[in-house]
Design a protein around this ligand. Structure first.
Ligand SMILES: Cc1cc2nc3c(=O)[nH]c(=O)nc-3n(C[C@H](O)[C@H](O)[C@H](O)COP(=O)(O)OP(=O)(O)OC[C@H]3O[C@@H](n4cnc5c(N)ncnc54)[C@H](O)[C@@H]3O)c2cc1C
Length: 612
């Protein structure tokens, strides 16, 4: 059968959306050789015996569990109490995080859909992780690691795999004066916090900020996993001031492919340490804990929130010009982060945060711009009264304080036993249990803010926004950040494009809970195709501004071309060398991860010799 006939036949099958990218990728990759190394699948004769699994179970203190797939309750139907219960819970990221068989994103059209592993080691310590790593290596199993489960690209799930699930490794310990192991006499003691790999950021902020009165650089979304974000590079709302989350890593405990529990810091295994700082999760080993730098907290954090709609295209362009003039003169600094959205309906949504400014200082910055807007009432309309306000920085992640002061910014986990700070931002609610159609990102260099480039910037943003809404995440570009934050980020594996970018542009689309085979909740693949094309057109307009801009590994296109260059730029060859040293046989595989070129798209078959 030729390829065209095969595709025609497959087109009639419901599985095509899942298989399609694999087929198209496979066409570009060399076929496996006869002697290709293949990992073992469930049902294969080489799949480990029940006795072998029992032995592993004993080694991990009984914490080997068969993985349930909650969505199985909905197979072929969406009716019945069990299914309705699961669908309702898909609104709750804490529920999803508690399921070893689920992920926070349920899938991505024509790319992947979430699938449970066969077994999971619900690890309690590095010893459990080492036992699982050894078992997977010795039995040629596909190994998957899941912390917070927030990978957009589906890198923390795979069928027929053994999962190392770190959810329960969530201890948090503060240190007043920490020196990394082996760095005695070389590093000054500093404030730090050690977090289990399965901890999530809201619990880190609770310990370090709400209870401790200090700051640790982590992620914006409260339920993202600590170890996953650090290995991505990682940005939070205040990264314009504090820098990359990965740059705050002082030490990691990590289990490498040989089953050894290693320490990685600036003095011990420094090459592995560097790779863990932004080289991508699930590629170099399994991190069991991380120790991060603790910083000073300013007195105030705050926000500027409003949407302005322009009456005409011309008025919208003028609005964008006015905003970027303000941005360049007054917001392009370490006080201001988060987002501006440029919308197809000629509206500009500002949802920015401030760091280290009081109420008066923050209002003074926005006043001339807002005055200009309100002076032309027929041309510009504010959708609601603008909010420019600050609050005590220590209360930023304090859900109880927010409730007492009537700020409805959080949604709480309402299940019995949930903690008072088990909350997520209302603004992130739309991403819980979502199904993606497209997601692309691009760093925009700060030179675009110069007087002679602003026209190009505004024109490109305007044109891009005719296809799809453009989000500018100012906190995810370090242009305008303090010199020490930039220097620390330079010493990570993240694409150096981040260092002088004023923002990361993100363009994305998707729908709510959807999964193939659930009646009434099937992914809408027609809409997905249309919207993905619009997202691509929109991003292409921005690529004209920054052809080599690079993309943030964790918030990027599943189908990213030249992903090695996009995610890591000139750092990629060094990352390959670290991979070859610590994982020469490629035990750790993730889609578009370092060294994944050597594997079939599903990570089961080696398609080229290991690079050594
Ligand atoms: C709703 C949402 C909001 C987000 N917000 C932000 C944000 O504000 N800032 C930002 O920078 N990013 C953000 N991201 C992206 C996120 O930071 C990355 O996807 C991150 O890798 C997720 O980590 P995780 O542990 O939650 O996810 P997982 O899916 O569990 O893991 C992500 C990757 O890391 C690997 N990994 C996880 N734990 C370990 C470990 N212990 N050792 C080795 N590898 C491991 C996994 O194998 C996987 O490849 C967001 C993502 C989502 C879905």
């Amino acid at each position: 059968m030729d390829r065209r006939t095969l595709l025609k036949r497959l087109a009639a099958m419901p599985l095509l959306p899942t298989l399609w990218p694999y087929l198209s990728f496979a066409a570009h990759k060399a076929p496996p050789t006869k002697s290709a190394f293949r990992r073992v699948r469930f049902g294969d004769p080489d799949w480990p015996s029940a006795a072998s699994w029992d032995k592993l179970k004993q080694q991990v203190g009984g914490n080997l569990i068969p993985v349930q797939f909650p969505l199985a309750a909905c197979e072929g139907t969406s009716e019945g109490a069990a299914c309705e219960d699961v669908l309702k819970n898909l609104d709750n990221p804490f529920y999803i995080g508690d399921q070893p068989g689920l992920t926070q994103t349920l899938g991505w059209a024509n790319a992947w859909t979430t699938k449970p592993s066969v077994y999971a080691v619900a690890a309690r310590n590095a010893g459990d992780i080492a036992a699982a790593v050894n078992f997977a290596r010795e039995n040629r199993l596909r190994l998957v690691v899941k912390g917070g489960g927030h990978s957009y690209q589906g890198t923390s799930n795979a069928p027929d795999s053994l999962l190392i699930w770190t959810r329960h490794m969530n201890d948090i310990t503060m240190h007043d004066a920490l020196v990394a192991q082996g760095c005695e006499g070389k590093q000054r003691p500093q404030s730090a916090v050690t977090l289990g790999a399965g901890a999530i950021w809201v619990h880190a902020y609770d310990a370090v900020t709400t209870k401790g009165g200090h700051y640790v650089q982590g992620g914006g979304c409260t339920t993202v996993g600590v170890a996953g974000l650090i290995q991505s590079g990682g940005f939070g709302s205040f990264s314009k001031h504090y820098g990359l989350a990965a740059a705050g890593l002082l030490e990691a405990e990590v289990v490498t492919a040989d089953g050894k529990i290693r320490i990685a810091n600036a003095c011990t295994n420094p090459d592995l340490f560097w790779a863990l700082k932004g080289g991508g999760g699930g590629c170099f080993g399994v991190v069991s804990k991380v120790t991060l730098r603790v910083r000073e907290l300013p007195e105030f954090f705050g926000g500027a929130i409003f949407t302005i709609k322009a009456a005409t295209d011309d008025a919208f362009r003028r609005l964008l010009h006015k905003f970027f003039s303000l941005y360049r003169t007054s917001l392009f600094n370490d006080h201001w982060g988060e987002q501006a959205h440029i919308n197809i309906d000629n509206s500009l949504t500002i949802s920015m945060v401030s760091c280290g400014l009081d109420d008066e200082q923050a209002k003074k910055i926005w006043q001339p711009f807002l005055g200009w807007v309100t002076s032309s009432p027929g041309v510009y309309t504010l959708k609601a009264p603008p909010i420019v306000a600050t609050l005590p920085a220590r209360s930023w992640w304090d859900a109880v304080w927010m409730q007492q002061h009537h700020y409805p910014v959080f949604v709480a986990d309402s299940r019995p036993g949930a903690g008072p700070n088990d909350v997520w931002w209302t603004g992130d609610a739309g991403q819980v249990g979502q199904f993606l159609y497209a997601y692309e990102s691009l760093w925009l260099p700060a030179s675009l803010l110069e007087d002679d480039s602003q026209d190009r910037l505004v024109n490109a943003l305007f044109t891009a926004s005719r296809h799809w809404e453009v989000e500018l995440h100012f906190n995810k570009g370090l242009g305008g950040a303090p010199a020490d934050a930039i220097a620390a980020a330079r010493d990570t594996a993240t694409n150096p494009a981040v260092l002088d970018a004023f923002a990361l542009a993100i363009i994305a689309s998707g729908e709510g809970h959807a999964y193939p085979g659930i009646r009434g909740h099937e992914p809408d693949l027609i809409a997905a195709g249309k919207e993905a094309a619009a997202v691509a057109q929109s991003m292409n307009e921005l690529r004209k501004l920054a052809p080599n801009g690079g993309s943030y590994v964790s918030e990027s296109n599943f189908f990213e071309p030249s992903w090695q260059q996009s995610y890591w730029g000139e750092n990629y060859p060094k990352l390959r060398a670290v991979k070859a040293k610590y994982d020469p046989e490629g035990l750790f595989f993730v889609h578009n991860g370092v060294g994944s070129e050597e594997w079939s798209p599903d990570g089961f078959t080696r398609i080229s010799e290991p690079s050594r």
